[in-house]
Ligand binder design. Structure first.
Ligand SMILES: Nc1ncnc2c1ncn2[C@@H]1O[C@H](COP(=O)(O)OP(=O)(O)O)[C@@H](O)[C@H]1O
Ligand SMILES: [Mg+2]
Length: 452
C-alpha cells in the first residue's frame, strides 16, 4: 500500500507494520491474523519520533494573506497547547480552517472555495487567498503553501486551488496529508445524526491522509459512477447496449474493493481506538462502532478474504443487480452507499444520546482518528479543537484536557478562559483573537498597560 511520503525524501514514515488485515468490524468478519493482536499499535521508535522528538514542533510558522477575515497574519507556534481566545465571529474557527486546508486541501465548512478569500480582495485587485506554513513531518521540514485564486465565471466568481511544497508546484493529491491535522468542530455532532455522506467523509478524509492509493481510488470511483449511472439510464431508454457497461463495471469493482477493504480495516482499528478514547473521556457506557457496507451477497461473503477476491465478488454482484440498477438508473450497491453505526451502551447513539454525550462521542471519534494517524503514519497529527469544552460539565472538561495532554501540538479555541483549569492555563500559550488579528496574550497585556 502506498504510504504518503514527504517529497523531500528521507526515511519517510517510520510507521509500524500495517495493522492486522481482515479484522473487520460489523460485517461478520472472518478473523485472520494473530488472534487478539492489537489492531492499531503505537508507532515504534524510529527516526521520526525518538528521544524527545515528540515534543518538537509540527507546525512552526503560519502565514495568511486574505484568508477569510484575516488580511495578513504571521504567527509562530511552539510545542504544546495553544489557546486561542476571542469573542464570537473574530476568526478563531477561520484560523483552524486555514490549517485544516493545508492538511487536507479541502475547506471543511465552505460551500465553495470562493468563500475562503477575503471579501474585499477581488475589488482590491488581489483576488486570492494564501495559506502558508512551515511544518515538520517525519520526512523532514516542509514549507507548504495553498493558494485559492478567484476569477470571473459565466455566473459569478469561480475559485481554483494550487499548492506548492518547498516552493515547487504539486498536484493537490500529492500534498494531501503531508501536514497531519485532526479537526474537531461543533459540526461533528452531525457525524451521529446527519446523513451517511458525512460518515463516509469522516473515513475518506482520514484514509486519504494515510494512503494515496485510497485517495485516488476514491476520486476515480466518483467519476466511474457518473459514467456508469449515465449509461444505465441510456440502456433504460434503449439508447445503449448492456455490454457497454463491462468496462465501467471492471473499473468500479477494482476501486470499490480498495475502498471497502480499507474502510473495513480502518473501522476495525477505529472501533477499538474510539471505545478507548470514549472510556477515557466519559467512562460509563461503552461506545460501539460498526461499518455497514452496502454490498451484494458475494462481496459481503468475501469481505474478510483479500482485496482481489472482494473485487471479483463485487463484479459478480454488479451483474446480479443489473436489472435493478437499470430500473433505478443508478448503481445500487457500492461504497458510495456505505454507512457507519454508533452505539452507546448498546443503544443507537443517534436519537438516544444527550447533546453532551454526542459531543463526547464525536470527540472520541476524532481522537481515534488522531490515534490511527499516529499508528499508521508514525507521527502524531496536530490537534485542532474548536470550542471543544462548551456544553461539557467540569468532569468531562478535565478528562478532555488530560486526553489531549500528550499531543505535541494542540490548538484549542474558546470564547473565554472560564472553562479551563488553572493548571492548563499555566502551561498553555495564550492568544487573543479579535477582528482577524491574533495577538500573543503577553504582548496584549503589555500593550494595554502602555495605553493606560
Ligand atoms: N471571505 C470572508 N471575508 C471576510 N470576512 C469573512 C469571510 N469569511 C468569513 N468572514 C468573517 O469571519 C467571521 C467568522 O469568523 P469565525 O472564525 O467563524 O469566528 P469565531 O471567532 O467565532 O470562530 C465572520 O465575521 C465572517 O463574516
Ligand atoms: Mg468559531
Amino acid at each position: 500500500m502506498a504510504r504518503l511520503r514527504a517529497p523531500t525524501g528521507g526515511e519517510g514514515s517510520p510507521a509500524g507494520p500495517a495493522a492486522g488485515r481482515g479484522l473487520l468490524a460489523g460485517a461478520r468478519p472472518r478473523r485472520r491474523g494473530r488472534p487478539g493482536a492489537a489492531t492499531a499499535r503505537p508507532a515504534p521508535i524510529g527516526p521520526g519520533n525518538d528521544l524527545g522528538y515528540n515534543r518538537s514542533v509540527k507546525l512552526g510558522r503560519l502565514q495568511l494573506v486574505n484568508f477569510r477575515n484575516f488580511r495578513r497574519l504571521d504567527l509562530a507556534f511552539g510545542p504544546g497547547a495553544h489557546l486561542l481566545v476571542g469573542d464570537n465571529a473574530q476568526g478563531k474557527t477561520n484560523l483552524l480552517e486555514a490549517l485544516y486546508l493545508l492538511s487536507t486541501l479541502r475547506a471543511f465548512r465552505a460551500e465553495s472555495d470562493v468563500q475562503l478569500v477575503h471579501r474585499d480582495a477581488p475589488v482590491e485587485g488581489l483576488p486570492f487567498a494564501r495559506v502558508a506554513a512551515d511544518v515538520v513531518t517525519a520526512g523532514g521540514p516542509l514549507r507548504l503553501e495553498a493558494v485559492v485564486t478567484l476569477r470571473e465565471g459565466p455566473s459569478g466568481l469561480l475559485a481554483s486551488k494550487a499548492v506548492r511544497v518547498n516552493g515547487l508546484p504539486r498536484r493537490l493529491h500529492e500534498a494531501v496529508g503531508l501536514f497531519l491535522a485532526v479537526l474537531f468542530t461543533v459540526q461533528d455532532l452531525e457525524l451521529l445524526e446527519g446523513p451517511p455522506l458525512l460518515r463516509r467523509r469522516y473515513l475518506d478524509t482520514l484514509l486519504g491522509q494515510i494512503d494515496r492509493e485510497y485517495l485516488l481510488a476514491r476520486q476515480r470511483l466518483e467519476k466511474v459512477l457518473l459514467h456508469r449511472n449515465h449509461l444505465l439510464r441510456r440502456i433504460r431508454e434503449g439508447a445503449a447496449r448492456r455490454d457497454e457497461l463491462d468496462f465501467w463495471d471492471e473499473m468500479l469493482a477494482q476501486d470499490a474493493a480498495t475502498v471497502v477493504w480499507e474502510r473495513a480495516r480502518a473501522v476495525s482499528d477505529l472501533a477499538e481506538l474510539a471505545a478507548a478514547a470514549h472510556e477515557a473521556l466519559a467512562g460509563g457506557d461503552s461506545l460501539g462502532f460498526l461499518y455497514r457496507p452496502r454490498l451484494g451477497a458475494e462481496a459481503a461473503a468475501a469481505l474478510g478474504d483479500s482485496p482481489a477476491a472482494l473485487a471479483a465478488a463485487f463484479l459478480t454482484d454488479l451483474k446480479r443487480h443489473l436489472a435493478q440498477d437499470i430500473a433505478a438508473g443508478a448503481t445500487t450497491i457500492g461504497p458510495h452507499r456505505d454507512d457507519l453505526e454508533f452505539h452507546l451502551g448498546g443503544l443507537p447513539a443517534a436519537g438516544y444520546a444527550s447533546r453532551a454525550q454526542q459531543r463526547t462521542i464525536a470527540l472520541a471519534l476524532r481522537l481515534a482518528e488522531a490515534a490511527l494517524l499516529r499508528a499508521r503514519r508514525g507521527e502524531a497529527p496536530v490537534l485542532l479543537l474548536d470550542d471543544v469544552l462548551s456544553e461539557m460539565d467540569a468532569g468531562r472538561r478535565r478528562r478532555v484536557l488530560s486526553a489531549i495532554a500528550d499531543y505535541e501540538q494542540v490548538l484549542v479555541t474558546s470564547a473565554d478562559l472560564e472553562p479551563f483549569p488553572a493548571g492548563f492555563l499555566a502551561r498553555a500559550h495564550l492568544y487573543l483573537v479579535a477582528g482577524g488579528e491574533v495577538t500573543p496574550a503577553l504582548d496584549a497585556a503589555t500593550t494595554r498597560t502602555g495605553d493606560s
